[in-house]
Write a protein of this length. Sequence first.
Length: 151
Amino acid sequence: MTDYAALKAADAALPDAPLPVDEAAAALNAQTRAVTIDIASRDAREVLLVSGEWGGVVILSNSAPSTSLPAQIVGAAIVLRDTLTLTETLHTSDDAVVAKVGTLLGALGSQGAGVLSDTTISTLLGMRNVTRPVWQPAVTAGDIQTARAQP
């Protein structure tokens, strides 16, 4: 349901307002906002598959800890493998979860095990930030007319 009061205020705030209703609708529909979302596990796994790094994670997760391979590194690989195969979503809209995921990926990155590239880690962490239209559903010229008719 359209919030006509908010739409009326946004319409009035457009540069050169009031615009013809079709131009106002187009201008409002062009507005976007940054949103933080949860990442689907299958999407994160796809990044690792395409980069060729998924195999390294799986091999590492099946390795035995040793003096040259700390248990924390093997554990990080196990957690990543299991998370991406046994869950549907990484709850990356929660900053606390992102901090934990970042630590996990870091243990497998260039400063740790070296099975994940910095580019892949950056891609995975960046997937949580998306741009979405401000107005959902899209505003129509009729919506603008209705909003402008509101008191």
